[in-house]
Design a binder for this molecule. Structure first.
Ligand code: SF4
Length: 361
């Protein structure tokens, strides 16, 4: 399967027009000249954390650690105040390790070699491609979800984009280049070669476009690409019609919605699943696995942190609830948390318990 040149040209032109008008040039990591270190810091922080939250962290972090040499010298305890709140403390540990490795093995300069970058702790194909394109201006597309979704929809239509343009293998695992489209025999590399915009521009434009217009529920009616978008042709019009129809909920659904709203989530109870890298789970009971059930009044992320700090002298990283459920009339938040600082004295279980524990209270 090949893609027509005029279609690629239309795609790039429309995308570039969007980028000139609505690109997120205000982001602190979108400056013209940026170092590999600065790109790397931004990309690590942006993994699974919202852009708006990262901005403040990024600026504070770079003020404290403007160069990799400075970061490489600090201990975990000195590093933590500038990272705490971003969650995923394994990422933080990897940051410190990578900084030390860059200083020790590469004289303080991130290597201009994608494969070498991928050997650094926590740096996978996506982050390496972002460093290569944004800092060094080399032609590597950073295939994050936004890129895959936009390109997948525009060129390949309504098929699930994950099956059309597979993700890179998870970071720090195998690097087998994925195929684009089951029948096409086209690799990501071949697809990349068909574009003529510099990868740096294409990456930034696609990231912005994918988070502004071509989002989970795409805003096709406002999109200048729609005339030639396969997704829009296959589904766009139907979606517009069905979204208009769905603005009025059937009576039964509306009633349920009202009932849900009435549920008092403000007073929900919290079950905390305390773990270390999802490999060790700490139990609140010595006999069998039990999550930590917090007294009412501790059901916000800051409340959970406060509770563990005061009761066990542990500093936690707390994720947003992964599940909310009503059990026997009680509203429950299920939350994962990791220990950042402090010595836990709990019994350890090797893996997350099954569903039965969710309903055991
Ligand atoms: S028309 Fe819709 S699906 Fe196609 S690129 Fe635009 S927003 Fe995405």
């Amino acid at each position: 399967m090949t893609i027509r040149k005029d279609k690629i040209a239309f795609f790039e032109k429309s995308l570039f027009d969007f980028f000139r008008k609505a690109g997120r040039e205000h982001l602190p990591w979108r400056k013209k000249k940026i170092t590999a270190y600065e790109v790397w810091v931004a990309e690590v922080m942006l993994q699974q954390t919202q852009v708006s939250r990262v901005i403040g962290y990024y600026e504070r972090f770079l003020k404290q650690f403007p160069i990799v040499q400075k970061l490489a010298r600090v201990s975990w305890e000195e590093f933590l105040p500038y990272y705490e709140g971003l969650g995923y403390y394994t990422r933080g540990r990897n940051m410190l390790e990578t900084a030390k490795k860059v200083v020790k093995d590469y004289g303080g300069k991130f290597p201009r070699d994608k494969k070498l970058l991928e050997t650094l702790p926590g740096v996978g194909p996506y982050t390496a491609a972002a460093i290569m394109s944004f800092a060094y201006g080399d032609d590597h597309l950073a295939w994050d979800t936004n890129l895959r979704r936009v390109i997948g929809r525009f060129f390949f239509g309504t098929k699930n984009f994950a099956s059309v343009i597979p993700a890179y293998e998870p970071e720090s695992r195998s690097r087998v280049p994925p195929k684009v489209g089951r029948q096409s025999g086209m690799t990501l590399k071949k697809l990349e070669e068909q574009f003529s915009l510099p990868a740096k521009t294409l990456n930034a434009a696609l990231m912005d476009f994918g988070s502004a217009l071509c989002v989970g529920r795409p805003k096709c009616e406002a999109c200048a690409l729609r005339n030639r978008c396969v997704y829009y042709r296959e589904k766009g019009r139907q979606e517009t019609v069905s979204s208009q129809q769905s603005t009025r909920l059937p009576a039964r659904q509306a009633k349920n919605k009202g009932e849900d709203k009435k549920q008092d989530w403000k007073n929900a109870q919290v079950y905390v699943f305390l773990h270390e890298n999802h490999r060790k789970y700490f139990s609140s009971s010595k006999r069998q696995f039990r999550p930590f059930v917090l007294p009412s009044g501790y059901n916000t992320r800051s409340g959970i942190k406060k509770y563990f700090q005061e009761k066990y002298q542990l500093t936690l990283s707390v994720r947003p609830p992964y599940k909310k459920e009503s059990i026997k009339g009680k509203q429950i938040f299920f939350v994962n948390a990791q220990i950042l600082l402090g010595e836990p004295v709990f019994r350890v279980f090797p893996k997350k318990p099954g569903k039965e524990y969710n309903n055991g209270y």
